[in-house]
Design a protein around this ligand. Sequence first.
Ligand SMILES: [Zn+2]
Ligand SMILES: [Zn+2]
Length: 461
Amino acid sequence: MTKINLKDVLRTPKGTRDLLPEEVAVWQKIEERAREVAEYYGFRPIRTPHIEHTELFTASLGEASDVVEKQMYSFVTRGHDKLTLRPEGTAPIMRAYMEHGMRAWPQPVMLYYNGSFFRHENPQRGRYRELGQFGFEILGDDSPVADAMIIRMLTLVLEELGIKNFTVHINTLGDKECRGDYKKELVQYLRKKVNYLCKDCKIRLKQNPLRVLDCKDPNCAEIKAGAPQMIEYVCAACKSHFKEVLEFLDELGIPYLLDHALVRGLDYYSRTVFEIFLDEKKPEEKKKKKEEVKTENAEVTEAADAVKPQEKPALNIAIAGGGRYDYLGKMLSSKDIPATGGAFGLDRLTDAARELNINLARKKAPKLFLIQLGSHAKKKSLALAEEFRQANIPLAMSFSRDSIGSQLKIASRLGVGYVVIIGQKEAFDETAIVRNMEAGVQETIPLPRLLSYVKNKLKSK
Ligand SMILES: [Zn+2]
Ligand SMILES: [Zn+2]
């Protein structure tokens, strides 16, 4: 019998850790809060297996991506299947969407997931080989509001946890119409500097030149600072999509930075990509920065110019990230399934919550339910929801394209006293209908007066 090396056996494998009761308690509260946000906004839970066919990831993440090349835990089973411990959540959810015919469900299909993912990475602070992720996906929707919605979900969870100092780094990768032109320009530029690139980037230049922009090597960082920027090459459709995403973020007061070096490194991304960083700056400074960034086409380019890559907080690990993945459906089958999603890392967030001494006491139940019908109303209600949140009025809303009937059903299930309804007509008239659920009566109120009206109603109750 071979002797067991106790020194190794009595230790978790490299890059993994035990979560002790106190840590699990924080972790669970974060999950709970995220789940509440997800359910309020109409997302539904999904669980996929921890193992998937290896090809699901090689076909979708890209053979030349770091994840596929270096980080996957792949193995051959006793039954000779090639399987992989899931390194990320999006491809499995797209697989599930197809496998279960979710195209026949009312679109978009809005899902959230929560679980362990596995990547063979070099362990560092906040980064583990078994990592916890909580994610949101909207499948079957190509609109910019869906992208903004995903970012909203993630930032809302942070805000719910009392984390205020964060910035969304955002970029557009264009689509198949325009990314080719950009790649050509980039390759031409990089070829001239090839001798100064690191070893990895020399290979990337051949296999996946966009990934050079992702390199952390200081020499490469200098080169990429002078590289052509995607935003100058995107086609009109991609530009207007991006502009609209930024307009939503403006409306919601979400602080963001245009970061033209942000590429996310996976083949399935198109158009919007983003990462969220915790930062050291005071919230006031950030607000100012945001106001400077106008969303007129010309100014988008200008603002992108203004953001030097070195402004990205050093050593900072993104706490969340995601993007649009309109081509993933095509890569896995032949179907066009526009989709967008994002996730936050539970390990990093749990650490941050503990460091920041965040109060995780339970939130009050919602007193108000916001119903919006149609895209114009949706835009209005996102900003409105933020007003109510800042006024400390617990609010729930459904973002899905459900009918007014089913939305009212959710409202009564939540037991809210009042429902605010914004339809196309109300959005156009800048009004809202306030319905007293108990009495069954309703009144039309101009939007500027809505908050004070609702406040009074709730007070007199
Ligand atoms: Zn490099
Ligand atoms: Zn395009």
